[in-house]
Ligand binder design. Structure first.
Ligand code: ATP
Length: 816
């Protein structure tokens, strides 16, 4: 330190005779070496050391301290190309070291550009999930410690203001898309006009439909003159994606493309064919057989994760249980993430939130209790084990209806998989225990119901109908195994049905047709969308304010002129400021009947519609529920009219039709009124006793939202209780409730389960941030009537007709 470094002959600075700092000499040397460096061809078993690459002493020193000495295959190939300032599409198997493949050159590029704190943001690394962003940040801290760059993590779940303060001083940012866009919109201090490197980790995920709008808006903001590096185990080759990123002649670095298999060689993969109602039994038995293992169990939705976790905690398989999903608080998610990282044996129940990128050490088993959406998701899920040369095992549960098509897909994708058989006698049935727990605890039953609904919904929403067939699922038996007295009624409604869409949005049970489990997933981006639109945007967005809107158009049509304060346009001096983002609202334009898509206000649209009505004489127009214009009727031509009979005939036909229709409606009304009366009488008799267990739920088809739950657990909770009242059905459910009460008194397994459910047993579960579940004996909801051992049991076949239902109701009334 402090030593003068005199330029030697041939070094930059020699001409001027000025002393150069050591860094400058090194940078000049690295520039030269990087331009010509070609990685050597290595013989089998030979490895390339990081020290053989043209890397700075600072990076090499930190790599050594972090015990990274030999470069992996993807690192050997990607790093030299990145150092040559090439755009890169990097693809390599899971656990093969892609993170260092982009972090090392990121540090090197900034170092060689002599980046300092005052230069602002130099590199941006985008990750699809918060956990992965944190993990990347950790690695960066380890290998970047010898440099003087500042680095930050922008992932949401933290105070926005806190992040905002730190932003302006960051040289390297690791972030999730939604939060990044929010800062781009709302943090004026955030300066990214100098950006040199953009990295998309899990690029195919970030570029897929879910993040599309958010990522497009981010890309629009970033300078085009930058390097872009994309990494994933399942890399995108979509021309559209590459065009969106403005990649310049990118290098495709796919190190395992010619490999025999697309999953790690040390990974043993098996599948197990299992009927839906048996899944929980098999999973529980499997856990009991592998108590010493560290295991990751994937399920399709948050609600399933939550239910299975709670139930298994009560049943105590004998190993530590954890759960992680997108509906947990961020702090809780991180706790679980850290706990599972550091533990030697535990079972982590997870959604696909944990499927990509996470580097849990020494996972023995990855179990996929629900079939993944596609083979890419399969590859990422199983990739949580067998990382960086270690061994691992994976087990995939397949329903008989999923088996043929899924196995074919796996085969096509070069995934070797064999059948796993578990001996019948080793499978322990936990169905009765679950039924007892749900019966005893109303909240558990509530979770079971949500679990059922979210699973069915996730299957329904799957795109690959060859694999997923919701109609092939044995709903009643499945509901039974979840401890429900009957399958909740689910009505699937196509999203294209606009009327139902609206109904959906007002119904809290189904409001999440575009929602998700995961805050960092597509739907979070739609949230960001609203967050990103300010009041000013809305004011300017009203295009019918003619004076302002033309001015606004002028502003947004100048995307290149950045900065709220700095870049005042010099043309006419009349503009006060320019907006950073042209596509500011992310909203699509409104469709005008004859002008195509136009940005237009609602009022103007209405005015236009009315004008159109006036212009089309002799036609009666009506607005339908959606505010769309519809012809009220089309007049027939006279000849057509006469063909249908004389005027008198037609009048009498019409009257008859109307009379029939009224009679039918009258009959229906009477039946409804009778049902209501009957229901009232029964309720009076039963007092507050629970008389129903199923709900009706309407599910809409959301784009690419398969596997996601309803928006917000709390919303769902509220919605559910409302629904309970709204859709009460009496007949079969009276029977169901009665069955539960009476038969379960004699259930031997119930005693065991009750014993297990003692509060002292709770130590096994990780204390969840999800809504609290009162599991202590006696804490169940008061609406369950105390059991009466002497109560009469009425045996009767399930009523099918109205008369049978009435009969049953009468018997119950008389019998109690
Ligand atoms: N050169 C190296 N030397 C030693 N260990 C390494 C090296 N490169 C990576 N690793 C280790 O390998 C593991 C996997 O690395 P990494 O998470 O980067 O894999 P990946 O390819 O990004 O996986 P995924 O596709 O699942 O995201 C990590 O534990 C990492 O520390």
């Amino acid at each position: 330190m402090g030593r003068k470094y005199r330029a030697r002959k041939g070094h930059p600075g020699a001409k001027t005779g000025k002393a150069l700092k050591p860094d400058q000499v090194e940078i000049a040397r690295l520039e030269k070496q990087c331009a010509t460096y070609e990685p050597p061809t290595l013989a089998d078993g030979q490895t390339l050391q990081f020290s053989d690459m043209p890397l700075s002493r600072r990076t090499l020193g930190a790599l050594k301290v972090a015990k990274y000495t030999e470069a992996t295959e993807i690192q050997q190939k990607a790093i030299p190309l990145a150092l040559k300032r090439r755009d890169i599409l990097g693809a390599a198997k899971t656990g093969s070291g892609k993170t260092l493949g982009f972090l090392v050159p990121t540090l090197e590029m900034l170092y060689r550009a002599r980046w300092t704190r005052v230069d602002g943001l130099g590199a941006l690394i985008i990750s699809p999930t918060r956990e992965l962003a944190i993990q990347i940040f950790d690695v960066l801290r380890r290998i970047g410690g010898h440099h003087e760059f500042s680095a930050g993590l922008i992932i949401g779940g933290k105070e926005f203001e806190e992040e905002k303060q730190a932003l302006y001083a960051m040289n390297i940012l690791i972030c999730t898309p939604g939060r990044l866009l929010q800062h781009m919109d709302q943090s004026p201090e955030f300066e990214y006009g100098n950006l040199k490197v953009l990295v998309l980790d899990e690029a195919d995920r970030i570029l897929d439909m879910g993040f599309k709008n958010t990522v497009n808006a981010i890309l629009q903001n970033l300078p085009k003159d930058r390097l872009t590096w994309l990494f994933s185990a399942t890399q995108t080759k979509s021309v559209g994606d590459l065009a969106r990123l403005s990649l310049q002649d990118p290098e495709y670095v796919a190190v395992h493309e010619d490999a025999e298999f697309s999953t790690p060689a040390q990974l043993t993969q098996t599948y197990l064919v299992c009927e839906l109602p048996q899944k929980l039994d098999v999973l529980f038995s499997f856990l009991k057989l592998h108590l010493k293992a560290k295991m990751l169990v994937f399920m399709a939705s948050c609600k399933q994760v939550r239910f299975v976790y709670e139930i298994f905690c009560q049943l105590q398989p004998g190993t530590q249980l954890l759960h992680i999903h997108g509906r947990q608080k961020q702090s809780r998610r991180l706790d679980v993430f850290d706990k599972f990282k550091s533990t030697k044996n535990a079972v982590l129940f997870a959604t696909d939130l944990a499927a990509r990128g996470l580097d849990f050490p020494a996972v023995d088993w990855v179990v996929q209790m629900d079939c993944p959406d596609d083979t890419d998701t399969y590859i990422h899920r199983v990739g949580r084990t067998a990382r960086y040369g270690s061994k691992g095992q994976a087990l995939l549960f397949l329903l008989p209806s999923e088996q043929p098509a899924m196995l074919e897909h796996l085969h096509t994708k070069k995934i070797p998989i064999t059948e796993y058989r578990i001996k019948e006698q080793r499978i322990r049935s936990i169905q009765k225990d679950i039924q007892y727990l749900c019966f005893k605890n109303a909240e558990m039953k509530y979770l079971a119901k949500k679990c059922f609904i979210s699973y069915m919904r996730s299957v329904y929403l799957q795109k690959d109908k060859n694999v997923f067939n919701v109609h092939a699922l044995p709903a009643e038996e499945f509901a039974d195994t979840l401890g429900l007295p009957g399958a909740p009624i689910i009505t699937f409604v196509e999203k294209s049905n606009a009327k139902n869409q609206r109904r959906t949005s007002t119904n809290p049970m189904v409001a999440a047709d575009s929602s998700s489990d995961e805050p960092d997933t597509p739907q979070a981006s739609s949230k960001d969308k609203t967050r990103g639109t300010t009041r000013i945007d809305k004011i300017f967005g009203r295009q019918n304010q003619d004076v302002l809107s033309s001015h606004y158009q002028k502003l947004v049509n100048k995307p290149k002129e950045h900065s709220l304060l700095g870049d005042i346009p010099h043309n006419d001096g009349s503009d006060l400021f320019v907006l950073r983002r042209a596509d500011h609202t992310l909203e699509s334009a409104i469709m005008l009947p004859d002008k195509g898509y136009q940005p237009i206000s609602k009022q103007k649209n209405e005015r236009l519609k009315k004008q159109r009505i006036k212009s089309e004489l002799n036609q009666k127009w009506l607005f339908d529920d959606e505010g769309e214009l519809q012809h009220a009727y089309d007049l027939k031509s006279e000849s057509d009219f006469r063909r249908d009979g004389s005027v008198d005939q037609q009048i009498s036909t019409y009257i008859n039709q109307q009379r029939d229709s009224l009679a039918r409606k009258d009959q229906q009304d009477r039946e409804v009124a009778r049902d209501k009366r009957r229901e009232k009488t029964i309720k009076k008799k039963y007092g507050k006793q629970e008389t129903r267990d199923d709900d009706e739920i309407v599910v809409t088809l959301a784009d690419g939202a398969a596997g996601d739950d309803f928006q917000g657990d709390s919303d769902g909770d509220r919605g559910d209780s409302t629904e309970n009242n709204a859709h009460d059905r009496t007949g079969p459910h009276i029977k169901g409730a009665g069955m539960n009460r009476d038969t379960r008194n004699d259930m031997p397994a119930s005693k065991t389960a009750k014993k297990r459910a003692r509060p002292s047993d709770k130590g096994q579960q990780d204390d969840s941030d999800d809504e609290p579940l009162s599991l202590a004996p006696g804490s169940h909801r008061p609406r369950q009537k105390p059991r009466d051992k002497k109560a009469r049991v009425i045996h009767m076949a399930e009523p099918k007709t109205l008369a049978e239902e009435e009969d049953l109701a009468l018997q119950l009334l008389q019998g109690i």
